[in-house]
Design a protein around this ligand. Structure first.
Ligand code: PSV
Ligand code: MN
Length: 424
């Protein structure tokens, strides 16, 4: 489905007076509104190729209709999102769920939609039909050298696909771990994993980064070999300058202070990227900002502070990606909501009065510190985010326009009701 520019224009014209009124008020409230808008225009969040269909759980999957049947259609879907919000200008591929058969054509198609390729993801957590050896007992950690070799080769294959598409980073998430005490020798599992990661790291081009993602549990329920940020940090420290930790918001034990993790990883120069989502209990993969918007804001507060302290470019120096699974909502609508949630948290963090905060911190004025942060969090930045979209050529109300134009109905008409996207 093509989204003609004039339809966005028409939609914006209809909403403009109301938007302007709201914007005027926000600008009068937020001192650095103009600078924030520019930063928002530049900020892009990659959409995962595996989040364009419904995910399901181990109890069932309820396909929503009109799901993309191919990588081409996934790119088309991300193109639709990007046309609506102008903030989803990249796609992150998972291999082998999305193998580009004709890389040149895929790259051209993506460019037509204004999309780049963000990190490519390897998959050694599932066995593929044509695979010689099983990952049942882990991949890079496996006690069998043959299995480790196969997993290393897969990662190298993924890097090759990424090079063809213009991607510049590899995300490694391992489900490796153990389900029962005694099953694994922890030190050996660590050493095997490190050795394997070294080989993968060595196969990356010089301009590439490796992101090592951690997860506390699932699918293994006793230990995970890259289980938390400390373990990931320990690996990436040893691997080299271009190896970084990736933080997936859903991969912590309950109540973890993720903002502090982020602050310290950034300070150490080892934060590489993000997988945004939200959760109530575990790795629930819910819409970013749907459950704990204040936490998301506090994370962005540390990100802005930490990136500025290191003179980093907010838009390009870290990998910003969504990682979500949609069980009950239209995936495209959910992704629009996620991007909006992320943008709002970013805008609020940019509006924090840093000088005042520093002063209050320096005299331990706890109450004032809290006031400064909460004031930023409680300021309505929706019109600021909308203004950034407007200036970039997107829609003032992406979700509203998505429904008004009956995008899902159109996709169902084009692709059919019973289509199942590859992915989770
Ligand atoms: C694992 O839970 C994860 O967060 C990793 O990023 C995977 O690549 C992704 O989800 C999809 O399974
Ligand atoms: Mn993830």
């Amino acid at each position: 489905m093509q989204l003609e520019k004039y339809k966005i224009q028409q939609h914006n014209d209809d909403l403009l007076t109301r938007h302007q009124r709201r914007l005027n008020f926000a600008v009068s409230e937020i001192e650095n509104a103009e600078a924030i808008i520019q930063k928002l225009v530049d900020f892009q969040i990659a959409i995962p190729s595996w989040a364009l269909g419904t995910g399901g759980t181990r109890f069932g999957r309820f396909a929503g209709g009109g799901e993309p049947r191919s990588l081409e259609e996934k790119i088309e879907d991300v193109g639709l999102l990007h046309a609506l919000n102008q903030a989803s200008g990249a796609i992150s591929l998972h291999i082998p769920w999305d193998i580009p058969k004709d890389a040149k054509a895929i790259k051209t198609l993506a460019a037509q939609h204004g999309l780049k390729f963000d990190a490519v993801n390897s998959n050694t957590f599932q066995d593929q039909p044509d695979q010689a050896l099983s990952y049942k007992f882990g991949s890079l950690q496996n006690v069998d050298k043959g299995v480790r070799k196969q997993a290393i080769e897969h990662n190298i294959e993924v890097i090759k696909h990424g090079i063809e598409l213009g991607s510049e980073s590899l995300t490694v998430w391992l489900s490796d771990g153990s389900c029962f005490p005694g099953q694994l020798n922890f030190r050996r599992a660590y050493q095997n994993t490190l050795e394997s990661l070294h080989e993968i790291y060595a196969a990356m081009p010089d301009n590439w980064k490796m992101f090592l993602e951690y997860k506390a549990y699932e699918p293994n329920f006793y230990s995970t070999t890259v289980g938390d940020w400390g373990q990931s940090y320990s690996y990436v420290q040893k691997l080299g300058d271009r190896a970084y930790t990736l933080v997936d918001l859903g991969h912590h034990l309950p109540n973890a202070n993720i903002e502090q993790i982020v602050a310290l990883l950034l300070m150490e120069g080892k934060l590489g990227g993000f997988h945004f989502n939200d959760s109530k209990y575990g790795d629930d993969d819910l819409t970013a900002g749907a459950m704990k918007p204040y936490q998301l804001f506090l994370i962005f507060n540390e990100l802005v502070d930490g990136m500025d302290a290191r003179g980093m470019n907010h838009a390009t120096d870290l990998g910003w990606m969504i990682d979500a699974s949609h069980n009950v909502k239209d995936p495209l609508e959910d992704l629009l909501q996620s991007v909006e949630g992320i943008m709002m948290a970013y805008a609020q963090a940019l509006s924090v009065d840093r000088k005042a905060l520093e002063e209050a911190q320096s005299i331990s004025d706890v109450v004032r510190c809290q006031e400064i942060l909460q004031n930023a969090f409680r300021t309505d930045v929706r019109s600021i985010v909308a203004e950034a979209r407007l200036r970039a050529g997107g829609a003032l109300n992406p979700l509203g326009l998505f429904r008004q134009l009956k995008v899902r109905e159109n996709l169902i008409a084009e692709r059919g009701l019973k289509t199942v996207a590859t992915g989770l």
